[in-house]
Design a protein around this ligand. Structure first.
Ligand SMILES: C[S@@+](CC[C@H](N)C(=O)[O-])C[C@H]1O[C@@H](n2cnc3c(N)ncnc32)[C@H](O)[C@@H]1O
Length: 373
C-alpha cells in the first residue's frame, strides 16, 4: 500500500509543506519567506506555532533543506482535516514504508492513534522521545528524537495535520566543511547556519552578485558559493583576505563550483560600485569581552558602533541595486540595542525586517539581525 496524499482545501494545484524550525523559529520563518519571495515562488503561510511552520505552495514545487540554515526537517503534509478524515486516510494509506522502524513525532498530538494503526498492521514500530535536547533561543528545550522516520502530527482546533518528513538537515557535512577548511579563526567566524540564514534574508539567488563588506575569512561567502551565488568580499585586514582566498579556493575545488569569487583588501567605506544584487554580512561586534560589561560600557559600545556603521551603510546604499537587500547583524550588549530606526533615517535605508534577536546564553554580546533595503 502506498501513501496517497489527501486533497487539501479542495485545491489539487496546491500542496502544503511543513518545516521543523531550529533554535530561532522567528528568524527561520523569515528565512523561508525571504527564500520564496526571492524566487517569485507563490506561497501562503498556513501555520506558525513554536518551531512548526506550514507553507502552501504550488503542487510539485521542490525544496532542498540544505539551502536553509534554520530548518531541521521538512516534508509534505499528506492529510489535513478532522479526526474522522484522518482515520479514513490512515485506513487507506501505509504512512511509513517499513515493517520495523523507530519514529519520532513533531507536533502536539497524542501517538495513540498511530500506535493503534501500526499494531493492526503488525508493524514493529517504536516511538522515540527526544534524548538529544536542543536549546531554543527563548530558553525552552526542544526534543530531538533520533529515529528512522519523523512524523508531523499536530492539531489546531479541530484540524489535524499529518505529514512525513522526507529531508533532514545535514549537520555532518556542514560541520565537516567548517572544521576542515584551510584557515579557521574562531573569533572571526560566523556559523554556517547563520551564514545561510543571512544569505537567504538578503534574497540572493544563484548567479546573483553578493557582497560581504566585512568578509573576514569568508564564512558567508563560502556558503553563498555553494548555493551557486557569485560573491565579492571586502575586508580591511590583509591577512583575513589572504585566508578568505585560501578558504574559497578550497571550497571551489571541493564542491567543483563554477561560479566566481573576488576578494579585496579594502575598507568597506571604499566598496566599489558594482550595483550588487544582495549584501549579507556580519559586522564586527566590538572587541572580545572577557567579562560582562557594566551598563556604561555597554552604552559606549553601542554608541561607538552606531557612529562607525552609519558611514559604511550610507556607502553600501550607493553600491547596490535600489531594491537589493542588506542582511546584517548589529551588536546587542546587556539588553541594549542599536537604534535601528535612527540608522535607517541617517542612511536613507528602509528597514524591511525589524531586528530579530539572535542570542546565546554563553556570550556577553548577542546580535540583532536586520534587513534593510
Ligand atoms: C566579524 S568579522 C566577519 C566574519 C566573517 N563573516 C567570517 O565568517 O569570517 C568582521 C571583519 O570585519 C573586518 N572589518 C572591520 N571594519 C572594517 C571596515 N571598515 N572595512 C572592511 N572590513 C572591516 C574585520 O577585519 C573582520 O575581519
Amino acid at each position: 500500500m502506498k501513501t496517497q496524499r489527501a486533497p487539501i482545501n479542495n485545491n489539487p494545484k496546491s500542496m502544503r509543506v511543513f518545516f521543523i524550525l531550529g533554535r530561532n523559529p522567528k528568524l527561520s520563518r523569515e528565512e523561508i519567506l525571504a527564500y520564496m519571495r526571492a524566487r517569485n515562488r507563490e506561497h501562503k503561510e498556513i501555520l506558525f506555532e513554536e518551531n512548526l511552520f506550514i507553507l502552501e505552495t504550488n503542487e510539485g514545487e521542490k525544496f532542498d533543506i540544505q539551502e536553509f540554515g534554520g530548518v531541521l526537517k521538512l516534508g509534505q503534509i499528506l492529510c489535513e482535516g478532522e479526526e474522522k478524515e484522518l482515520r479514513e486516510f490512515m485506513k487507506n494509506n501505509e504512512l511509513v514504508p517499513a515493517d520495523k522502524f523507530t519514529y519520532g513525532i513533531f507536533g502536539n498530538l497524542d501517538s495513540e492513534i498511530l500506535k493503534e494503526k501500526f499494531r493492526k498492521e503488525k508493524k514493529k514500530a517504536i516511538l522515540k522521545h527526544g534524548r538529544q535536547r536542543m536549546m531554543m533561543q527563548e530558553g525552552k528545550k526542544l526534543e530531538l528524537p533520533n529515529a528512522d522516520f519523523y512524523l508531523f502530527f499536530h492539531a489546531v482546533k479541530d484540524k489535524i495535520y499529518f505529514g512525513l518528513a522526507t529531508q533532514d538537515y545535514d549537520y555532518h557535512k556542514i560541520k565537516e566543511r567548517d572544521m576542515n577548511k584551510p584557515v579557521r579563526r574562531e573569533q572571526l567566524a560566523i556559523s554556517p547556519r547563520l551564514s545561510k540564514i543571512l544569505i537567504n534574508l538578503s534574497e540572493a539567488k544563484p548567479r546573483d552578485l553578493l557582497l560581504d563588506p566585512f568578509c573576514g575569512i569568508g564564512g558567508i561567502l563560502q556558503e553563498a558559493l555553494i548555493k551557486g551565488i557569485n560573491v565579492y568580499g571586502i575586508d580591511k585586514d590583509k591577512q583575513a583576505t589572504i585566508d578568505a582566498e585560501k578558504n574559497l579556493d578550497w571550497i571551489k575545488e571541493k564542491y567543483a563550483i563554477k561560479n566566481n569569487f573576488k576578494i579585496e583588501n579594502l575598507d568597506s567605506r571604499k566598496a566599489p560600485d558594482l550595483q550588487f544584487v544582495a549584501i549579507a554580512t556580519e559586522t564586527p561586534l566590538g572587541r572580545i569581552l572577557r567579562k560582562k560589561p557594566n551598563n556604561n560600557e555597554a552604552k559606549q559600545i553601542i554608541q561607538n558602533f552606531e557612529a562607525y556603521i552609519i558611514p559604511i551603510l550610507s556607502k553600501l546604499k550607493n553600491v547596490k541595486k535600489s531594491k537589493a537587500k542588506i542582511a546584517i547583524t548589529f551588536p546587542v550588549v546587556n539588553n541594549l540595542h542599536v537604534d535601528t530606526p535612527k540608522i535607517a533615517q541617517k542612511t536613507g535605508l528602509e528597514v524591511v525586517m525589524k531586528p530579530i534577536l539572535e542570542s546565546r546564553e554563553d556570550q556577553f554580546i548577542s546580535r540583532d539581525i536586520i534587513v534593510f533595503q
